[in-house]
Design a protein around this ligand. Structure first.
Ligand code: FAD
Length: 443
């Protein structure tokens, strides 16, 4: 079948040689067996919400896991749930709520599959929690020879699985620890950049929280949330969600963007205080189509980093999307997590694509600044690190590579992009061009 696969951003695309939608672990194993025997490669996709070319499909068999969804079992005593990897966060949140349960934390959207979330250690905001991968206590993985490997919480490989980039094999089910369902009282306030140090310390101290800065203005919006019992609800009206056309205008030249960004910030209102189910309190509206860069710096340097970043964007009048988001997380144990071994402050910078702007030039300057502050890239987003730089950032890099080759000796699950990052002497990842297109590395 010569049908095109395209990511949510539209920046990663390809024509897989075969496109399969397995409905069972057996079908996954069969697809792997046939492809391996024919000398092909396997690409695995969830919802396609990654920005980096993790799912490059050229000449591959593409396994789309979206149809392999649902909760397999719930263990109320152990507070654990076993879920198929193609289940979206939205579906999982609904299924859990019906059982009186919830994930302990959330990402900013809920369209991703749990398989994709775990493969990239996707995270929320709040220093009590690491990425959502930290809730994984077990998994079943269909490996390159078609056999199923069970990984338990006590196995060392669990920390390879918790950020696996699809290169250990196809994760069929995941066992996650969950909590009783709860609501969150979420408070949002407008603050000034001149209070940056106090604001950052405040956000860092929250169980759930984050900060948005509106480029070329002195305005930041800060949110924090605290747990309430499941029955609590308040329905005070919140501010309005800015329309996509207005958000896209934040990409205008700086003097105009300043006015636009003030208007975007004002739409949210000066103060909001609402109590909502935990997922609805955190998950937001889907933003316009965009390219995204996100790095995690050590939490201890976050305020200095934020000050330097704000200064860079303002001084050079960089054309990036509003807002820029800052979130703190606890340290992760996942060997390749940007938050491995350290409390982190994630910074997300977007560029709205339909505004037709060059995203790469401002991103490159921002990436250099974040790297200088010890930033590690979110693996689902764009970056300019090569294999040597990445290897130097992760104390457990070699452990991950050993696990990867133990699971997949011949690189059945490696695409050109990952091969260039993981395998010595393979083709170099070319620089990203200053255009909208995100190349499949090594082509
Ligand atoms: C608008 C938007 C908002 C976002 N917000 C956040 C956020 O708040 N926090 C955050 O950390 N990230 C965020 N992300 C990034 C997102 O969480 C990740 O890109 C995530 O990987 C997407 O999941 P997916 O199901 O779309 O996976 P895909 O993008 O389809 O795949 C991602 C990786 O997972 C692998 N994979 C998927 N399923 C399996 C499986 N079953 N077995 C093995 N490998 C598998 C793929 O091979 C690939 O390597 C956001 C992205 C967008 C577009």
């Amino acid at each position: 079948v010569n049908t095109q696969w395209i990511s949510w951003s539209g920046l990663v695309e390809g024509r897989p040689a075969r496109w399969l939608h397995p409905r069972s672990e057996d079908e996954i194993a069969q697809a792997i067996g046939h492809t391996a025997a024919a000398g092909g490669r396997i690409a695995v996709s969830g919802s396609g919400h990654s920005f980096a070319p993790l799912v490059s499909t050229e000449r591959s068999t593409l396994l789309s896991l979206r149809g392999y969804a649902g909760v397999e079992s719930i263990d109320h005593e152990a507070m654990q749930v076993t879920v198929r990897s193609g289940t979206t966060l939205r579906a999982l949140n609904e299924l859990l709520l019906r059982a009186g349960l919830a994930l302990p934390n959330q990402t900013a959207i809920d369209a991703q599959t749990i398989g994709g979330v775990v493969a990239t250690a996707s995270h929320g905001g709040g220093t009590r929690y690491g990425s959502l991968s930290q809730h994984v206590v077990g998994a079943r993985v269909v490996t390159a020879d078609g056999s199923v490997r069970q990984i338990a919480e006590t196995d060392a490989e669990i920390d390879a699985l918790r950020l696996n980039l699809g290169c250990l094999g196809v994760v069929s089910t995941l066992r996650l620890s969950v909590v009783p369902s709860f609501t969150l009282r979420k408070v949002i306030d407008v603050r000034r950049v001149s209070d940056l140090a106090a604001v950052m310390e405040h956000v860092r101290g929250q169980e759930f929280g984050g900060m948005y800065w509106y480029p070329h203005t002195g305005i930041v919006r800060v949110w924090h949330a605290q747990q309430r019992p499941a029955s609590h609800r308040t329905q005070q009206p919140a501010g309005r969600t800015p329309p996509h056309w207005l958000l896209r205008r934040s990409m205008a030249p700086a003097p105009l963007a300043r006015h636009v960004n003030r208007a975007i910030a004002a739409l949210g209102g000066r103060h909001s205080d609402r109590t909502l189910p935990s997922d609805r309190a955190i998950v937001g509206a889907l933003a316009p189509r965009q390219q995204a860069l996100e790095y995690a710096v050590p939490a201890d340097v976050a305020t200095g980093m934020a000050r330097d970043l704000i200064d860079l964007v303002d001084r050079r009048r960089l054309r990036v999307a509003a807002p820029i988001e800052f979130r703190f997380t606890a340290a992760d144990t996942a060997w390749l997590s940007p938050a491995y071994g350290r409390q982190a402050c994630y910074v997300n910078v977007a560029s709205y694509l339909d505004a037709g702007r060059d995203w790469a030039t401002p991103f490159r300057q921002i990436a250099d600044l974040l790297a200088a502050h010890g930033g590690r890239t979110h693996w689902a987003k764009v970056h300019w690190f090569d294999r040597v730089k990445l290897a130097g950032q992760y104390p457990r890099w070699n452990d991950f590579q050993r696990a990867r080759t133990a699971f997949d000796r011949n690189g059945l699950f490696l695409n050109d992009y990952l091969r260039a990052l993981f395998v010595p002497d393979s083709v170099r990842v070319p620089d990203l061009p200053a255009s909208d297109r995100c190349p499949q590395a090594g082509r």
